[in-house]
Design a protein around this ligand. Structure first.
Ligand code: ATP
Ligand code: MG
Length: 409
C-alpha cells in the first residue's frame, strides 16, 4: 500500500456514496480501473467503477436503483441521480469456474475471489489500482503505480495468454496507449496482427461497444492512424480501405467536434467507413439485385454489428450525396430542409478535402446556407453549366437505379 494524493475534484460524489453505503453494510469497497488510472494521470475520469466483496445479489438489494447486467461478466449498475456507477464483485481468473474455449478465450467468468485475486484478473497493471477513500490510499498488487509513473502499458501476467483470453484487449491496448500517451509494450505490439485474426470469435455487438470507445472519445484520429497499418482495421471493417483519406479526415473532424462540444453520432463514422464499399456496389448494381446500401450494411453485421438506427443514418447520408451534387433547382429547398442535410453537407465537405472536383459544390452549399433569399435565387440561376448537363444525363439513367436507392430525400 502507498499513500497517494488523488485530487478530490477528480472523484465523483455518487461513487463515494456507493462505497460508503457498501461499507456501512459491512463490505469492503474501492474505486478501481479507469477512474483511478485517469485521476492519477491528472484527468477527470468519465465514469466510475467500484469493486467490492459484496455478492451481486446483495449489492442489488442494498441500492434502490440497482440492476444486475451482463451475461459473460455480470456486474451491477447502480443509478444515482444521472450517474451510473458500475459495481463488480471481486473475481478470480484461476478457477474451474472460468470457462475457456479451445484457443484459451474466456467464455464465462463467475469465479468470485479476494481483492488480491481481483487485481490479477484485470487486464493492464495501470487498470488494477484500487483507491480507498476512507484512508486516501492506493492499493497496488501489480506494479501499476510504477507503470503510470513510467508511462508504460503492460499486461498483468503473460501477454500471449492475456490476449488469447480476450482478444478485445488488443483494442484496449491501442486505445489506452493513445489516450494516455503511454508506451505500449513491444510484446503486445508484436501480437497485434495475430490477435486481430481472433476478433472474429468476439460477439459483433461487443465490438460495436468497443468501436464507440475507440473512435468517439476524442482520440479517434491517433488510434485510426495506428490501426490502419495493422490487421485490426480489416478485422473490424473488412470492406473499408484503411488508407482512405476520407476516413482519416472524418476521424480528425470527430475529434474536433468532441473538443468543441458539438454533437456526434456513430452513424456518421459508419457512413464514412463503408462509403467506398457502398459506391462500388451502387456502380455495379443490376436490376434484380438487392439494394446497395442494404447489402453494404448487411455484410458488415458479422464483424462490428451496427445498430439499426445508426445504419439508417449512414444510409440517409449516402442518399444525400447525389442530391447535393446535382443541385436540381426544383429540389434545392427540399434537400436543404431534409433531416440529414447537415450531416450530408458535412460528409460532402470532408469528401471535398480529397476529391478536388467536389470543392466547388461544397463551397456553393456553404455559401447557400448563409445567403439571403434573393441571393439564394441568384445562386440557383447561376449554377455552373456542367452541373446542369450532368443532371440531364443523370435523368436519362434514372431508370437503371434501384427503386429505393434515392427515395430517402
Ligand atoms: P475507460 O472507462 O476509459 O474505457 P476503463 O479501464 O475504466 O477505461 P472499463 O471497460 O470501464 O475500462 O473497465 C473497468 C475496469 O475493468 C478496467 O480498468 C479493468 O480493470 C477491468 N476490465 C475491463 N475490461 C477488461 C478486460 N477485457 N479484461 C480484463 N479486465 C478488464
Ligand atoms: Mg471505466
Amino acid at each position: 500500500m502507498t499513500k497517494h494524493g488523488i485530487k478530490e475534484k477528480h472523484l465523483d460524489a455518487n461513487a463515494l456514496k456507493v462505497i460508503a453505503e457498501l461499507n456501512a453494510n459491512g463490505f469492503q469497497a474501492f474505486l478501481v480501473g479507469g477512474c483511478v488510472r485517469d485521476a492519477l494521470c491528472g484527468e477527470r475520469p468519465k465514469d466510475f467503477d467500484v469493486a467490492t466483496n459484496a455478492p451481486l445479489e446483495k449489492i442489488s438489494k442494498i441500492f434502490r436503483r440497482a440492476r444486475i447486467v451482463g451475461r459473460r461478466f455480470p456486474i451491477v449498475h447502480v443509478r444515482y441521480g444521472r450517474d451510473l456507477i458500475e459495481v463488480s464483485t471481486f473475481r478470480q481468473s484461476m478457477s474451474d469456474n472460468v470457462v475457456h474455449d479451445q484457443q484459451g478465450m474466456i467464455l464465462r467468468d463467475n469465479a468470485f475471489g479476494t481483492l488480491q485475486e481481483d487485481a490479477f484478473r484485470r487486464d493492464f497493471s495501470v487498470n488494477a489500482l484500487y483507491y480507498d477513500p476512507n484512508t486516501n490510499e492506493i492499493i497496488d498488487y501489480v506494479g501499476g503505480l510504477k507503470d503510470i509513473e513510467e508511462k508504460r502499458l503492460r499486461f498483468i501476467g503473460e501477454t500471449k495468454v492475456r490476449l488469447a483470453e480476450d482478444p478485445v484487449r488488443v483494442l484496449r491496448a491501442l486505445r489506452f496507449g493513445e489516450k494516455l500517451g503511454f508506451t505500449v509494450e513491444k510484446k503486445i505490439l508484436a501480437l497485434v496482427d495475430d490477435t486481430a485474426k481472433r476478433l472474429d470469435a468476439v460477439p459483433p455487438a461487443r465490438l460495436f461497444d468497443e468501436f464507440l470507445k475507440l473512435f468517439l472519445n476524442g482520440y479517434g484520429e491517433k488510434i485510426w492512424r495506428k490501426m490502419r497499418d495493422t490487421k485490426l482495421a480489416g478485422a473490424l471493417f473488412p470492406s473499408c480501405n484503411p488508407q482512405s483519406p476520407l476516413v482519416l479526415a472524418a476521424m480528425r473532424n470527430t475529434d474536433e467536434r468532441i473538443k468543441g462540444g458539438a454533437s456526434i453520432t456513430p452513424g456518421f463514422l459508419v457512413a464514412v467507413l463503408l462509403w467506398e464499399d457502398y459506391c462500388a456496389r451502387k456502380n455495379e448494381w443490376q436490376p434484380g439485385d438487392e439494394d446497395a446500401a442494404f447489402m453494404t450494411l448487411k455484410d458488415q453485421q458479422s464483424f462490428v454489428a451496427v445498430p439499426r438506427r445508426f445504419g439508417s443514418f449512414a444510409r440517409e447520408v449516402w442518399m444525400t450525396q447525389d442530391r447535393l451534387i446535382n443541385r436540381s433547382p426544383k429540389s434545392i429547398d427540399r434537400v436543404s430542409a431534409h433531416k440529414r442535410f447537415r450531416a450530408g453537407y458535412d460528409f460532402l465537405c470532408l469528401r471535398a478535402e480529397s476529391e478536388p472536383e467536389l470543392k466547388e459544390c461544397a463551397d456553393w452549399w456553404t455559401n447557400y446556407q448563409t445567403a439571403n433569399p434573393e441571393n439564394k435565387l441568384e445562386m440557383i440561376q447561376t449554377l455552373p453549366k456542367d452541373v446542369k448537363k450532368k443532371r440531364r444525363k443523370k435523368r436519362t439513367n434514372k431508370a437503371k437505379l434501384p427503386e429505393n436507392s434515392e427515395q430517402a430525400i
